[in-house]
Design a binder for this molecule. Structure first.
Ligand SMILES: Cc1cc2nc3c(=O)[nH]c(=O)nc-3n(C[C@H](O)[C@H](O)[C@H](O)COP(=O)(O)O)c2cc1C
Length: 428
């Protein structure tokens, strides 16, 4: 059924030209959800390791001011800088944190305690494995209107990709502070949506365990959080709400326990996370084949999760010294040639697609839409961070002509995401 959502939200040459919607600026949603002061606030102190660990998952790293609008940019990229993802976590026996459920509030650079848990109470009760986690248990939700305001029904894709990027940011922060993590897609999201008082504005998409399972299982606990307005404005999108519900039930999930191996220098990697930005213009000079290899290798490392779906990575090499131009998959050259103009066209005529050194297309024909799409976002975050680490520019590209990409790749898969990498004009 969800593939019908994917079908219904394709960009085509005609759809892009005929249905042009004007953005209603008066309805622009807020990008920060702020819980009222009745919930205790705890500022994040960035010289404290645990606070920094949380901050790096989605904190503010830059501010841009344009006439009439201010954008606060974060450790993660986001389609249209609209940041639909909200971050919650449970802390159990973590130094400096009362045992309880928290909301991370990037606007305040703080966390707010939403509910204290006592003894064996805990969110674990709603997971498949109910054993208590000593440490953190993260939950990631999406406030879809932030994206659908701009992208209409296609926004569910962006909500999933953006959440995948946050999962990737969590992975990066875990790498820095040497925490093991395990991503969760398969849990009772519906009940938790109710307990967190989301109404129809927000829904959980994934979670992650960052801690050690205990012997005892968590017990049921009462939680009736009040509804807190996350956007100020709202327009319901039926297709997104239905597609969310339809894609909730995961089937035949395969677990992945293998852990990724990265070899980043910790201090430099920390700077990388803080400095990460999307490239706006490529210099069109070639990158080295070792640089490409380095980025590609981080993208294909395993991702531990309870529902690992296969995501394939195709790539068009435009300008990599020592590599033939053409379309590749798994390091195999499928079609040789200069496809830079085609790549630009496929990415909705965005120069980023054609001026890049390499443009990736992530695809899948798997069934569990929520997991496979978030995995594509996580791979995207790895692409960003490993590129930034070696001073190469990167941008996610959510806008492409779906069917034409499929035809070009000779694949029936759903096209989930495009990304391009290359030398940064400003840096040269
Ligand atoms: C899922 C996704 C899709 C995106 N699509 C595009 C795109 O089609 N074109 C583009 O120029 N930038 C795109 N971006 C980049 C965003 O515009 C950028 O992340 C945002 O403006 C925040 O800036 P920053 O990444 O520099 O922090 C995309 C980012 C994400 C995460």
């Amino acid at each position: 059924m969800t593939n019908s959502y994917h079908e219904a939200t394709k960009h085509t040459y005609l759809s892009v030209r005929s249905g042009a919607r004007q953005l209603e600026w008066s309805k622009m949603p807020k990008t920060f959800k702020i819980y009222p002061n009745s919930f205790a606030v705890k500022r994040l102190e960035l010289d404290n390791k645990i606070d920094r660990f949380i901050y790096l998952i989605g904190g503010i790293t830059a501010k841009k001011v344009y006439p009439g609008v201010e954008y606060y940019l974060r450790t993660v990229p986001s389609a249209g800088a609209l940041y639909p993802v909200e971050i919650y976590f449970q802390a159990r026996d973590v130094e400096g944190f009362k045992n309880g459920i928290y909301h991370f509030s990037p606007a305040e650079n703080a966390v707010r305690l939403l509910h204290e848990i006592i003894d064996e109470e805990g969110v674990e009760f709603h997971l498949k494995d109910k054993r208590m986690i000593k440490g953190f248990l993260f939950l990631f939700s999406s406030v879809y209107f932030r994206s659908s305001w701009k992208y209409s029904s296609r926004a569910f894709r962006y909500a999933l990709l953006d959440t995948g990027h946050v999962l990737g940011a969590l992975e990066a922060s875990c790498y820095l502070y040497e925490h093991a993590f395990f991503i969760l897609y398969d849990f009772d999201k519906k009940i938790l949506n109710e307990k967190f008082g989301f109404k129809d504005r927000e829904f959980f998409l994934s979670g992650a365990k960052v801690g050690i399972p205990q012997k005892r299982e968590a017990k049921f606990f009462k939680l009736n959080l009040p509804f807190v307005e996350p956007t100020e404005t709202f327009e319901k999108n039926e297709l997104i709400q239905e597609s969310y519900i339809e894609s909730l039930r995961l089937k035949n999930c395969k677990k992945e326990y293998r852990f990724p191996k990265f070899n980043f220098h910790k201090e430099r990697f920390f700077e990388t996370i803080l400095n990460r930005r999307s490239i706006r213009e490529f210099s069109k000079s070639p990158i080295k084949s070792e640089e490409f290899e380095y980025i590609y290798q981080t993208m294909i490392e395993p991702i531990p999760s309870d529902c690992d779906e296969k995501v394939k990575i195709y790539y068009i090499v435009n300008k990599v010294s020592g590599m033939k131009q053409g379309l590749y998959k798994n390091k195999e050259l499928l079609k040789e040639g200069d496809f830079s103009q085609i790549a630009r066209y496929l990415c909705l005529e965005q120069a980023l697609g054609g001026d890049s050194a390499v443009t990736f297309f992530l695809t899948s024909n798997a069934k569990n839409y929520q997991s496979l799409y978030q995995k594509a976002g996580l791979i995207g975050q790895r692409c960003y961070l490993s590129s930034e680490y070696i001073q190469i520019g990167c941008s996610g590209i959510g806008a492409y002509y779906d069917d034409e990409v499929k035809n070009f790749l000779h694949s029936d898969d759903m096209v989930l995401y495009a990304l391009s990498i290359g030398n940064n004009k400003e840096r040269l």
